[in-house]
Design a protein around this ligand. Sequence first.
Ligand code: GDG
Length: 742
Amino acid sequence: MTDSEHNLHDKRVIIVSNRLPVSVSRKRGSLKIFPSVGGLATGLSSFHKQQNGLWVGWPGIKPGNQKSKSEIENILRSDYNCLPVFLSDTELKKYYYGFSNRTLWPLFHYFSTYCTYDPSEWETYKHVNQIFCDRILEVIKPGDMVWVHDYHLLLLPGMLRRETPDTTIGFFLHIPFPSMEIFRHLPWREKILRGMLGADLIGFHTYDYTRHFLSCCLRILGLEQVYGQVITDNRMVKVDTFPMGIDADKFSETAKSPKVEKKVKRLQKKLQTEKIILSVDRLDFTKGIPERLRAFELFLERHPYWHKKITYVFLCVPSRSKVQEYRLLKKEIDELVGRINGRFDTPEWQPILYMYRSLPFEELISLYSAADLALVTPLRDGMNLVAKEYLACQCESGKGALVLSETAGSAAELGEAIIVNPNDIEMTADAIARGLSVPEKEVKNSVCHMAGRIKEYNVFRWTEDFINHLAETEEKQELNRQYFLTDKHQQTLKDNYEKASRRLLMLDYDGTLVYLEKRPELAQPDPELLDLLTKLQEDPKNSVVIVSGRDKECLSRWLNDTGVEMVAEHGTWMQVKNAETWQLSTAGLTDDWKKNIYPILRTFSVRTPGSFVEEKAFALAWHYRKADPALGDLRSKELMDALHDILAGTDLQILQGNKVLEIKPMGVNKGNAALHWLGDEQQWDFIMAAGDDWTDEDIFAVLPEKAWSIKVGFVPFTRARYFLESPEKLKNILRSLIAVNQ
Ligand code: GDG
């Protein structure tokens, strides 16, 4: 057993979703509680029971008076480990029917023209997420993990993070995450992304959704990712793919039960056709129902052979019938079914058996088992569990073919199905014909393959996988937290400083003493920083060196009056104590190479809007902070590639900074410059170095073990011993050091 598995069983997991796994209703005064249907409820219920956790969600009933509320709450708590979140009619209307289902649902399913962007619905969405957050805060205990589900609660992870910063939070999205071009339509896109990023682990059904989310983080928030890890607010957020499974055994066992077998026979007898085609969906515009009906009509038109030999059992589960778009869709479907049946039926045969209702579980299983072909052709679907449930019921007989839409998340796993573009009516009509005539052996082969995978990566494995990853992420966060310079560390640092009589402080400038700006000239020091540096260096026990990538003219202009020593251009120039002028750190540097390299950098800056070339005495830098992040990143790789061959055999090197590539003579780097002061390290009894970027790693690499090395901002890899959140925090420490002397 690994540590994380061990953790899994130790910790209480609080599951949070819009709906509880049970629904409550009141009939003639007494409460009725029945399990909610659907993959999430079934899949997580057994995990929930087994780990004795808590499930927080809406119970599906109006709260009524205080007495009724307490009654509902007591039963749910004691018998189901559920904590109800009561919502008023207005809250439900605006948060659930409004922002969740009229903004997020259509947008995330690429139906942007169906979206409404109503600020008051957004306000209620925020408010209800806060209600969920407050409810969790009432019950959360130290060590609990929280697992938030789906698009109704996208802000909740961020809210919880603010209130309980150290809680381990997971988030899983059950619907697609759209591409950046779609997501950017949302007026509240930054807030939604920040809300999700409150989690430690964010899960999606497919790699495409994961990719889209990471791209939105980069393009909208400017947050980069390394191996699916996004760094934000000095925390690491892991983003990964977890395709949801089903309780496959439950489906296959039920399919084999005598009761279901009897129902199947009864159905076949009733329909009296050679083959049964089946579709099962909630009535929703994402499911591609009219398109499928038109494809079925075309199939009948083109294949009279199949007339009277097939029945299409079309199960459509009522949903969101209060919403106008859904009512219109229902009307369109009714008319289409009427038209097709009217066009092709005969006194003894009707092509479509249309059921507009929800069926009990065993009835549903008998349909899955009886079918010879299932049509799962949504225009867009996060995963689609119906496809998996159907295959699980078919695993024994292996007779049922599957026509599956390429835009359903499950298509990423069910490649052996007949894959269609659901908008292509001809293609779908052909696929129906193909699905009916694939040789039995071939169908069996593909069904068995797919059913085998569904059985193996079932919903229990899915849950375990997610929770184990969450536990692993928690361990990593815990470890990372240990590297942050805590108050206790800071006290030790101050004590060391106080006792020392020869102190060296090497500080980077941009991103370390001041925040990074879009344009370098905007990062000018304010009077407070100048005063801080002056006071630090006035202490005769101190040597304060600013080690920067900036040119010497800028550093002189900004910092000369403070009296600090300086290193410019990443180590090319040094201005040491009492020296009148700058001196080259290495003898024999030349700049005649610049005329060859400059045109290349120029071409890249012309091709990359927002980027520019900076010329320094012995270096050329290509800055791309202001460029589109993805394009800048791509071009920087191309430039590295282009320069790689050109620089081979020369004594030039490429330094990768924060959104800058710098070409300069070999051996010139901040680390070598630092050696000028560190050379005789014995003379120092206190050494501190701070920096934020890759070029500062060269300093960290040459520091003696006893030094205090501090990375400003959290990154996954560094040679520094400690992290510090921001330039502000570093300046606080420096201020406290000055106080030591007074
Ligand atoms: C989201 C995403 C994603 C359907 N009709 C009846 C019935 N059902 C059950 C099925 C299945 C569920 O409803 C529908 O499955 P979906 O996959 O469409 O999932 P949703 O819960 O609607 O939606 C979706 C899913 O989350 C999981 O992450 O796959 O993409 O939109 O379980 O069996 N059940 C019964 N009678 C019916 O008539 N008893």
